[in-house]
Write a protein that binds this ligand. Structure first.
Ligand code: USQ
Length: 397
């Protein structure tokens, strides 16, 4: 297939491009390199030394003889350019990662809220609009989030996107319906993914677009089979208070002797997936498109759930790290249970990589190798969710 990967320079985008190229697909990256600009804005850099996108694709060609094409396009603002590209290239599928993906960054200030909403909602709408306008019948696979559901299970497992409901009718009967699971975002970023869901519903219904939405959990790990093939193909690894996700943060903190930054009691339960499974799931979703006229296909892209304090205790046990219990800068439930259904990917053949000590150690090795690149002052999470929450800056031990 000819596949456009929107946001193909990012944390999941890059290993996805390599995975799909390795599987024989013709991969085109469309990216505005915004993630690299945000690093510059925040004054942080990936833990792993990351080359330019042009250099990365050059090395991939050198290693495999396979070309990955790069197009510098801003989907949120360059609508006509993207439409022209689509009309000319007519991809069979589009994978859409091109959104600002960090909840803390989206909550930093009014400017960051505006940026996240404008960027994410416009990028998604421009893609849908351009597909209709050009008549390109590409299957759109979007990276959504488990965060669209909120994280409370009311004693029942979260279904894959749709909730069966019964509504009392005037005649006293019960009408059965499946509705989109009620959106319950916990940040401006998560809210944009909820808005995306409505855009998808409309365009699938109105224009017959074929759309898959992947509700993904928190990704951990760094390597995939392809990023290991050459030092310059390495994936990015974020550890800072805005972009670093919880388990990867704990692993780098352990590697540099920084107390593990647990928010509150660490009672938050979240869904997780290893980066290797994340790229496999995207390929599985691409192989199993909905038919024209179908409703949006929704998968829960996660393999296990864990409580934050259990993860901290596991990392502390393996490494001897100390745990710091910090005031929570976020507005979120102090404790929650989470049960999630994910049968669809298992039925398509996903064999989950689960959190094993060996794998954790592998990431700690990466963290140790590049520990000299860490700016410890960038570890605290300083984005507060509301004006009355004072982010407490932990003292560097
Ligand atoms: N947390 C800590 N200590 C830290 C960092 C985080 O206790 O140092 C806690 C947070 O308070 C939160 C949980 O860990 O309760 C998860 O935080 P996170 O930063 O790992 O994940 P989140 O902000 O939810 O966002 C990440 C990705 C996002 C994706 C989402 C999937 O950045 O793109 O959509 O995970 S999910 O969480 O399932 O919604």
């Amino acid at each position: 297939m000819k596949i456009a990967v929107l946001g193909g320079d990012g944390f999941i985008g890059w290993p996805t491009c390599l995975h799909l190229s390795d599987a024989g697909h013709d991969v085109h990256i469309i990216d505005n390199l915004s993630r690299r600009w945000i690093d510059t804005e925040l004054g942080v850099q990936s833990l792993t030394p990351m080359d330019s996108i042009q250099e990365r694709t050059r090395i991939w060609y050198q290693e495999t003889g396979r070309r990955i094409h790069f197009h510098l396009i801003d989907l949120a603002s360059d609508y006509e350019i993207f439409k022209g590209w689509l009309r000319k290239e007519r991809p069979d599928a589009i994978v859409h990662f091109a959104e600002q993906r960090a909840a803390p960054y989206s909550m930093k200030s009014d400017r960051h809220k505006n940026y996240t909403v404008n960027n994410n909602v416009n990028a998604t709408h421009n893609v849908l609009n351009a597909l209709v306008e050009t008549g390109v019948d590409a299957h759109l696979v979007h990276l959504g989030t488990m965060g669209v559901y909120g994280y409370s299970t009311v004693g029942a497992a979260i279904p894959e996107g749709y909730l069966p409901v019964g509504i009392d009718t005037m005649s006293g009967e019960t009408a059965k319906q499946e509705i989109l699971y009620p959106a319950n975002p916990g940040s401006i970023y998560h809210m944009t993914k909820c808005l995306d869901q409505l855009l998808f519903q409309f365009y699938a219904k109105n224009d017959g677009l074929r759309i898959t939405d992947l509700h993904q959990g928190i990704v951990w790990g760094t390597h995939t089979a392809q990023t290991r093939r050459h030092a310059q193909l390495i994936n990015r690894f974020d550890y800072d208070g805005d972009y670093g996700t919880v388990l990867n943060r704990f692993l780098i903190q352990a590697a540099i002797g920084y107390p593990l930054t647990v928010h509150g009691t660490g009672g938050q339960t979240r869904a997780f997936i290893h980066i290797q499974d994340s790229v496999r799931c995207i390929e599985l979703a691409l192989k199993s498109p909905p038919a024209k006229g179908d409703r949006v296909k929704i998968f829960n892209q996660m393999t296990e759930t864990h409580r934050v304090r259990d993860l901290a205790e596991l990392v502390a046990k393996i490494t001897g790290a100390r745990i710091a219990w910090l005031p929570n800068p976020r507005k979120e439930a102090a404790e929650n249970d989470l049960v999630v259904r994910n049968e669809q990917f298992l039925e398509l053949g996903l064999n989950p990589t689960t959190l094993a000590e060996g794998l954790l150690e592998e990431v700690i090795e990466v963290a140790k190798k590049y520990a000299y690149r860490v700016d410890r002052s960038r570890i605290p999470a300083v984005s507060a969710w509301t004006k009355d929450i004072e982010p407490v800056i932990e003292r560097d031990p």
